[in-house]
Design a binder for this molecule. Sequence first.
Ligand code: PMP
Length: 425
Amino acid sequence: MSTLAPPDPAPSAPPTPLLDVERIREEFPILHQQVHGKPLVYLDNAASTQKPRAVIEALDAYYRRDNANVHRGLHELSNRATEAYEGARLRVASLFGIADPAELVWTRGTTEALNLVAWTWGQANLRAGDEVLLSVMEHHSNLVPWQLLAQRTGARLRFLDIDDQGRLDLSALDELLTERTRLVSLAHVSNALGTVNPVRQIAERAHAVGAVMLVDGAQSAPHLPVDIPALGCDFYAFSGHKMCGPTGIGGLWGRRTLLEAMPPFLGGGDMIDVVELEGSTWAALPHKFEAGTPHIAGAVGMGAAADFLAGIGRDAVCAHERALVGYALERLAEVPDLRVWGPRDPAERSGVVSFTLADIHPHDLATILDAEGVAVRAGHHCTQPLMRRLGVSSTARASFYLYNTPAEVDRLADALRHARKLFGY
Ligand code: PMP
């Protein structure tokens, strides 16, 4: 009897690339390196994406030429810094279809944007007995701020469940959405499963009971051609570092009427109008929510990232990622003992593919993939309740972006087969 292992099945045909990926990759210097002697395959984009030359150069030019504090100087450099900072707001607003840039507040990222709403709108509007509707797939950033708010106010948290493909179970909406619901806060795209949630449809249902709808856009802003006001939500939070921008910058979009009625978040310079010893009045939007010296360079870099993505076309980015994910699902299905979590249909997903391989611990898997030059993430992905709901302690996660290629999907699949063999499967 032959002791040879059966040949690997014929792999699926790679999709025709929808973007000129080779040209795009030229814009990302960091991608052109070897890791452990192998060309880097960067598939940890849901955690943080790489930065194009245009963003790196915008940061460099800002610090070399224009650096000064904003809004208060009467000198040339301060005026330039202010123009760059406010100009970046206009560019990001335009990327997301926001007509009124005063509705776009700079924050450190999604986490801060969500906490801002919890501390201001939440504190002002929630009372004991009110309800906040979340889901079991939320990132800790869209869970813990509401737990803290519930502890402060006596409000109650309720949760949408998921089906066996990791999609929200909307059949429970009628029961969960009631006149007690004040806020619905959901991820647009799950960072752990890749599921795209029907936030527009849910926003309509939320509004029908008088609730406010917040969308955690950390994983949709980078990957879907999001027009924020068209989503029909009331607040939308996002992070720059997940969409080609720098770390430490992101934003909160809110409806003007809500933002105007909300108390400020942090107190300090720049967010005030008149300050007396015993009390103060607030600056106009968006500055009411931007206390202290902001991350000016971060905003400038974010503006460059918005221009970069707009230049490539977000529909094209989305179509490219869908094709890559479709191909990845086919290639991973060919790896024996591998289980992919989340929706089976690529049309219901964004660029995230979570998986487990037999009983190999995801951390071991990620370490073996790293030795093959393939960077993925492993762990609970800041979604411990979701992991518990799925009955796993963790998963490994490959996440794609506009610079990834079908050949890199092949490298991932090959590295997984290698890991399987190393573990004696
Ligand atoms: N929500 C989701 C769905 C995320 O994926 C992340 C980042 N992993 C966050 C919130 C938090 O984003 P940040 O760390 O940039 O504040």
